[in-house]
Design a protein around this ligand. Structure first.
Ligand SMILES: C[S@@+](CC[C@H](N)C(=O)[O-])C[C@H]1O[C@@H](n2cnc3c(N)ncnc32)[C@H](O)[C@@H]1O
Length: 287
């Protein structure tokens, strides 16, 4: 086991236009589903894996005004992330509660939550943990309550024609580390985010946990060099791609490797900007 402490460095990616756009498109459909399902009020909203608060902020902003009176519970295992969330959300959301816990240990009263969100985080858990956590979420939701989650780490997230980009990025990154004389330190369990479970897994997961699947939809996001550099520098992403290397170095290597890989394998838009498309899977379920 490494003693290295991961720093919370997801925020720069979450602040990119591409990230905010794809996630607000997803949330817009979730809110419409909630309304179509007859949701009249949201007393309590639970946001799982809040991070710096991007998802819950988008969700709250897009809620119709008659649904904005809700208390918001933000849960994350990272105290550092929750501090950022407090700074961002504190002014806008009057009834904000932070819960510093892993989702696996979430201990909220049964049938106390109207809507639960889990943005960009379910893929960190193994299949067994996912099912246990979904059962837990079902218990804390009121009957008929809605549960939404999304991920860009699933089998179909990387269209076949984009795979050369990833291969080339990792190859360039490993070369960079070799040139610097940085060696792999440890062999560790493959990061769960690197597992890329298929869409069908997530569709059946909700039913196995006792939810009704309402909708599964995919959204394509054209990520430009800046966005790829931010996500590649995110230490959890870099360690998923380059397991075993010291985190700081893996993160720098992955970031530096974006430029040549995107120029060689990316597509080019009308303004001459390189991009690589990534898919997001969005799931809506009802308790
Ligand atoms: C990629 S960020 C997503 C942040 C935000 N939900 C969004 O969509 O922009 C993932 C977050 O999940 C948190 N996280 C990872 N595993 C977790 C777990 N088992 N329980 C609670 N939080 C977890 C991390 O600390 C991080 O803040």
């Amino acid at each position: 086991m490494s003693n290295e402490v991961e720093k919370y460095d997801y925020e720069p990616f979450a602040d990119t236009e591409e990230y905010k756009k794809v996630n607000s498109d997803i949330i817009t459909t979730w809110i419409q589903i909630m309304i179509d399902k007859g949701t009249k009020s949201v007393d309590k909203l639970l946001d799982i894996a809040t991070g710096a608060g991007t998802m819950v902020q988008l969700f709250f902003n897009l809620l119709p005004s008659n649904l904005k009176e809700s208390a918001v519970l933000c849960l994350d295992q990272s105290g550092e992330a929750l501090k950022l969330a407090q700074e961002r959300l504190g002014k806008e959301i009057k009834k904000l509660n932070l819960i510093n816990s892993q989702i696996q240990d979430m201990d909220l009263p049964d049938k106390s939550v109207d809507v639960a969100l889990w943005g960009n985080g379910i893929h960190y858990l193994c299949e067994e943990e996912q099912i246990e956590c979904l059962k837990r979420i079902k218990r804390v939701l009121k009957p008929g309550g809605m549960f939404f989650f999304n991920t860009a780490f699933y089998e179909e997230a990387r269209p076949a024609d984009t795979l050369p980009f990833y291969r080339s990025q990792v190859k360039n990154a490993v070369q960079y580390l070799r040139d610097k004389g940085i060696k792999r330190e440890k062999t560790e369990k493959k990061a769960e985010a690197g597992k890329f479970l298929p869409r069908s897994h997530y569709e059946s997961l909700v039913s196995k946990a006792g939810f009704s699947l309402v909708e599964a939809q995919e959204f394509a996001a054209d990520l430009t060099k800046d966005a790829w550099e931010h996500i590649s520098a995110f230490q959890q992403y870099a360690s998923g791609a380059l397991g075993g290397y010291p985190l700081e170095h893996a993160s720098t290597a992955m970031k530096n490797a974006v430029g040549p890989a995107i120029q060689q394998h990316g597509e080019v838009d009308n303004s001459g900007t390189f991009f690589v498309t990534r898919n997001w899977l969005a799931i809506s379920a009802q308790a």
